[in-house]
Structure formats: C-alpha cells, structure tokens
Design a binder for this molecule. Sequence first.
Ligand SMILES: CC(C)(COP(=O)(O)OP(=O)(O)OC[C@H]1O[C@@H](n2cnc3c(N)ncnc32)[C@H](O)[C@@H]1OP(=O)(O)O)[C@@H](O)C(=O)NCCC(=O)NCCS
Length: 198
Amino acid sequence: MLSDGYHSVPNGKLAMVVTQLEMRARADTRPVPIPDSVALRPLTDVTLDQYRDIYRRVGEEWLWFSRLTMNDADLSAIIHDPKVQLFTLEHGGQTQALLELDYRTDGECELAFFGLTKELIGTGSGRYLMNFAINTVWDQPIKRFHLHTCTIDSPMALNFYARSGFTAMGRKIEVADDPRLTKGWDQKIAPQIPIVRP
Ligand SMILES: CC(C)(COP(=O)(O)OP(=O)(O)OC[C@H]1O[C@@H](n2cnc3c(N)ncnc32)[C@H](O)[C@@H]1OP(=O)(O)O)[C@@H](O)C(=O)NCCC(=O)NCCS
C-alpha cells in the first residue's frame, strides 16, 4: 500500500501517473469527416523499421520508449501477431498516425497505442481515428475495450479519451529510466519534461 505524501524518485528516472480507462459497451460516436488529403490505411505486413519509424515520429515528443528498446524478435512477436491490428493515417506521402489494437486477451481489446504526428494534431484526425477504432473494436465479440495513458503523454489525451466514452478505473505510478540519459536519445527531445540529472 502506498502511503499518503511525497515519494522520492531517484534522479535520472521518470515518474508518471498512469490512468487506466475502459469502455464496457460501444460508445456513441459523433461522426466527423476524414480531413482532405488524409487517408486511413491498415499497416499490414509492416516491417520492424517502418513500425519503429512511425512509433518514434508519433511518440518521441512524449518520450514513448517501450517499443524502441525491444529487440527484433520481441517486437515482431507483438506487432506481427495475427491478434494485433495496426492502422495509420497517411498524409503528404507519409504515415502520420499509429493505432494499435491488441486482441491477444480473449474477450478484450487493448488500445495499445494511439497517436498522431504534429502534422495532424488538431485537424480532426484524432476524432476520426478514434471513431474508427470504437466502431472496429465493437464489431468484434468483446466485452471490454481498455487503455492506459500517463502524465507525460499529450495533455490533450486524458480528456480526449473521456470525451470518447472511456471511464477511468484506476491509477498507477510508473518509474522508469529517462531514455535521454540512458538510451542515448537527443537531450533536446521533450523539453516540456525536464531532465533531472543523477
Ligand atoms: C491525444 C490526441 C490523439 C488528440 O488528438 P487531437 O489532435 O486533439 O484530435 P482532434 O483534432 O481530432 O480532436 C480534438 C477535437 O477538436 C475537434 N476538431 C479539431 N479540429 C477539427 C477540424 N478541423 N474539423 C473538425 N473537428 C475538429 C475534434 O472533432 C475533436 O472534438 P471532440 O473531441 O469534441 O470530438 C493527440 O493530441 C495526439 O496524438 N497526441 C500525441 C500522442 C499521445 O499523447 N497519444 C495519447 C497517448 S495515450
């Protein structure tokens, strides 16, 4: 049991509050058109390099690191699993979004990753992609659609998910190495999250 009050985090580490959210039945969606010059596309037969590229371009600004520190075999085992579905939004000849739906637990779908690059944030593309996700997932025989988001994700994310029909069910504290200190990342990435040096 975590006691009330402050808890010290070692310098060099990140500390996040993770909120777990879920949807137990298909939420109503407010249909929005896909923006001009944006196209939804399944990422079938994606290579590890292509996946890492879109994951990095969406998530680097928010210090998404989990998939970038995985070896080829472990990453392939997830993203090439037939129960994992990947989609993107294409714009300007490039992938500009990542939607990862993970059905590996029977009766459930995890929204494993959801995000847009800077090119598409604030264009209505996020709502379009979420509507697609909700309708795609609830066409399957599932009982629970769930996700987690954390305090170093976009500050838009939590309210966006609440407006999408997800309900907060729990919170966790996550502590992890800061990849800008331990993984050789450029230290200028994510200036909104200060580096605390050991
Ligand atoms: C979280 C995130 C997906 C939200 O996306 P967004 O860009 O704010 O999404 P949109 O622009 O589609 O939507 C914002 C709202 O403005 C509306 N909107 C914005 N521009 C619009 C436009 N041009 N036309 C119509 N509607 C528009 C949307 O309909 C939506 O309203 P609603 O939520 O009431 O339906 C996005 O900020 C993101 O990818 N962040 C980085 C990665 C991240 O943190 N992901 C979450 C990790 S768990």
